[in-house]
Design a protein around this ligand. Structure first.
Ligand code: NAP
Length: 492
């Protein structure tokens, strides 16, 4: 029974108070912080807040246990991760139900996150076996003879702090924890507060899969409360973080000289050429902008095209919205793509940006209002790049249409922002798309498709304030390790 499997992670109170895992035991906190469902503002449960003393003890044990874990044969670490994948599959329905209530994701989208997590974990465990060291001879560099040879190994960083965001609390936790463990690091997992209950269930699976004590631990508590302490901790050797650009910038300042693997905010544009297939473009814009109520780093946030193209495209987008989008309770089968945003505060913030943009001249074509945490699927036209709905990452179901005079102007608008995750270009001429992609200063350009992270073995990265480093199966394994050359001089 799932209840028995997961029993140690919480008390039996209603709503329950969740414990944190210190590497060997589930510990009750002295204080806790509530997790509120965005669906109806009910309390789903509370998370323990780890104290600095508890954090010190936990990290100290992770640090001490790390060398033995790195020395454990890789084939054993691989087996454990395959077991994690199997357990995640096994509890797919249970996870899905928790996630729907905790973060307001639709059942279909929550289930797909869980399945993807299991598949990703298996893929990591397979891929890691092809990561090998290599050797380099000295004599290829001018002035050197065969006097030395560098044997280059990949070694672990040590203790990796893995911080996940609310919108993919299971997948973007596993995408860090699994490669970190496979490469021989020990891991401290900091789940998001909203999404923390889902994260703790994942943590229980790592424990039950048979990880030795003090290889993996969890610290719960609000980011504003324990975050700084964790990222600047002397015994944390690397920080893997997914979250907003604002928090990323703060963490980068505190985690001085530590390797950083950051996935941060995205404010992604769709740029439509006159020859684009308007049906395909409209469909991709609707899915790209409104899936999980627009709360995806890869969501489309603004669409740019010349006047004639926008005039043709907008009615097609509105027609597609009728078919593909239906705002409602994420538990209802009637709901399509748009449920609530993560909190009342988030809804109010988004409403404020819409209102301020309208005051500056933007026009609401559809939507534009909110009720509690539900923001109506919104399309704005007459938008200019200086308006709050474009300057900020609007993490909600809002898409802005910007009229441009030339395709060069669109590239300049993208390149002038602080974000650089993805952009997408729609044209029937892929050659035009390839050439135009060169002018866009972003991590990835998609041609004739909305921005997305997957498939997960593709490189995934953000530049500027959208991230540091590269993710994607092989790239994440590499990022969770470093090169260590041992040079043999005057080989015999
Ligand atoms: P967030 O508010 O930045 O929080 C992300 C994580 O950081 C949470 O676990 C949070 O904990 C923690 N945190 C907050 N302040 C911290 C601090 N000072 N030190 C250490 N940790 C701290 O982001 P979010 O609202 O959860 O997630 C949405 C954001 O993530 C969006 O900007 C989205 O674009 C971005 N995102 C990016 C990608 C990508 O791949 N590029 C993927 C998904 C999401 P608490 O929850 O306890 O505050």
């Amino acid at each position: 029974m799932p209840e028995e499997f997961f029993a140690p992670i919480a008390n039996t109170q209603t709503p329950p108070i969740y414990n944190f895992f210190n590497g060997s035991t589930w510990v009750e906190g002295q204080k806790s912080t509530p997790v509120i469902s965005p669906i109806d503002q009910s309390v789903v449960g509370s998370l323990a807040i780890a104290t600095t003393q508890e954090i010190d003890e936990t990290i100290g044990k992770l640090k001490a246990a790390q060398p033995a874990w790195e020395a454990t044969p890789l084939n054993q670490r691989v087996k454990l991760m395959h077991l994690v994948a199997d357990w995640v599959h096994h509890y797919e329905e249970y996870f899905t139900a928790i996630m729907v209530r905790e973060i307001g994701k639709s059942t279909k989208e929550a289930k797909s996150e869980i399945v993807r997590t299991a598949e990703l974990t298996d893929y990591f465990a397979d891929e890691v076996q092809s990561i090998r060291g290599y050797s380099v001879d000295s004599d290829s560099f001018p002035g050197y003879d065969k006097g030395s040879i560098a044997m280059i190994e990949r070694v672990a960083h040590g203790v990796v702090l893995c911080i996940a965001p609310f919108n993919y609390p299971v997948n973007l936790a596993a995408s860090k924890i699994v490669p970190a463990l496979l490469m021989g690091n020990t891991v401290l997992f900091k789940p998001p507060t909203q999404g923390g209950i889902s994260g703790l269930h994942l943590a229980r699976i790592f424990e039950k899969a048979g990880l030795p004590p003090n290889i993996f631990a969890v610290a719960t508590g609000g980011g504003s409360e324990i975050g700084d302490y964790l990222v600047s901790h002397k015994q944390v050797d690397a920080v893997a973080f997914t979250g907003s650009s604002d928090v990323g910038v703060v963490i980068a300042g505190k985690a001085a000289m530590k390797p950083l693997i950051f996935e941060c905010g995205g404010n992604n544009s769709a740029i439509v050429f006159p020859d684009a297939d308007m049906n395909l473009t409209a469909k991709e814009i609707v899915k790209g902008a409104f899936s999980y109520a627009g709360q995806r780093c890869t969501a489309i946030k603004y669409v740019m095209a010349t006047k004639g193209v926008l005039d043709t495209l907008l009615p097609v987008v509105l027609a597609q919205m009728k078919e593909l989008v239906n705002m409602g309770d994420p538990r209802s089968p009637e709901t399509k793509l748009v449920g609530p945003v993560i909190s009342l505060e988030a809804a109010q913030r988004i409403q404020k940006w819409i209102d301020e943009s309208v005051a500056k001249g933007a026009k609401i074509v559809i939507g534009g209002k909110h009720d509690k945490a539900y923001i109506e699927p919104t399309i704005l036209t007459n938008v200019t790049p200086d308006m709050p709905v474009v300057v900020n990452e609007v993490f909600g179901p809002v898409v802005s249409f910007i009229e441009i005079q030339s395709m060069d102007q669109a590239a300049n608008i993208v390149n002038a922002t602080r974000f650089g995750l993805q952009a997408c270009v729609f044209t029937r001429d892929e050659g035009t798309g390839m050439v135009y992609a060169k002018s866009l200063n972003v991590g990835t350009v998609q041609i004739n498709g909305s921005p997305q992270r997957g498939p997960d073995h593709f490189p995934f990265l953000g530049i500027k304030h959208s991230g540091v480093g590269v993710q994607g199966v092989r790239y994440s394994l590499e990022a969770m390790s470093r090169l260590k050359p041992v040079v043999i001089n005057k080989p015999q």
